[in-house]
Design a protein around this ligand. Sequence first.
Ligand code: UFG
Length: 347
Amino acid sequence: MKKGDKVLVTGGTGYIGSHTVVELQQKGFDVIIADNFSNSSESVIDSIEKITGKRPVFEFTELCEREQTQSLFKKHKDLKAVIHFAAFKAVGESVENPLLYYKNNIFSLVNVLEAMKEIEIPNLVFSSSCTVYGQPDKLPVDENTPLQKSSSPYGETKQMSEKIISDTVKATFLNSISLRYFNPTGAHDSAMIGELPIEKPNNLVPFITQTAVGKRDELQVFGGDYNTPDGTCIRDYIHVVDLAKAHLIALERLMDNKNKSKNEIFNLGTGIGYSVLDTIHSFERVSGEKLNYKIVQRRPGDVEKIYADTTYANKELNWKAERDLDNMMLTAWKWELALNQKTNTPA
Ligand code: UFG
């Protein structure tokens, strides 16, 4: 990798995308963001500039429209790599509107791969998910675990995407690394970027912070009768900055030809499983706030417990998640407070 190498980040104004753009720019990469703000905001570009002192190039693009993707790539022929984040990610919404998910997540990937092939851009880092494992029989789950049938169209799009990538790299000069994220959470230490749910959040941590700040009356804990030590579901929460750093390492691995096969897959988690109640208690401890929560019925489609075996990523990428649950909760809380201050400040 050379300073000034150009990288395209699709979905670069989104939650994980924006944190990754910060890391890339701080490492000296020239970043081009392609996004349509479908689940993000233009102000994220200003925040990235404030944090890094550099404004990324921005291209408004509907990646599921072939023509738009083609012109984006033709305009930036000197790209060295692509990190493809742009996708919809709400499990419940995907069950209600599967076509939206298949169109958005699959068309965009196919268009991006086609354009990469045409313009001869060799390196792709893809944003995958532990959702591809379903409820695995054995925990912790490693990368060789057979994939289970998806419980949602969203999960299906991630499995299909991995398959599309694996077939494409076999047939072309392309190289790819797919990163299977466990549960990303937390925010940048600057509290200038973080998770920004446009509507009511689906995920646990933004729901916790919104409840604590008074935007929501109560947090519902979905299920207290699971076969876990405290009866609530177990997940592997990982700090978004740790995740962003892993993208940088994966990208450099590809650009420096250090990858061991044309299509590599890594789990990104901490390897530690925490229950919903663990996260609530951690939040209460670091914020000093008492959270109003109630245990209610299970949420359909939730797996009981999942956490990563991260041995392969630790060894091969020489990467390890560094931040603990308290730091995830603290940074998520600072971000929520900063957001709240912004909305309450008169213009
Ligand atoms: N939860 C609650 N109350 C809430 C929200 C969530 O109790 O208001 C619980 C869930 O039941 C679950 C845990 O908190 O036990 C985590 O739920 P999230 O919705 O935050 O995350 P999921 O594990 O359901 O989903 C995440 C990603 C998906 C991905 C999935 C794979 O958000 O993109 O992991 O397992 F597909």
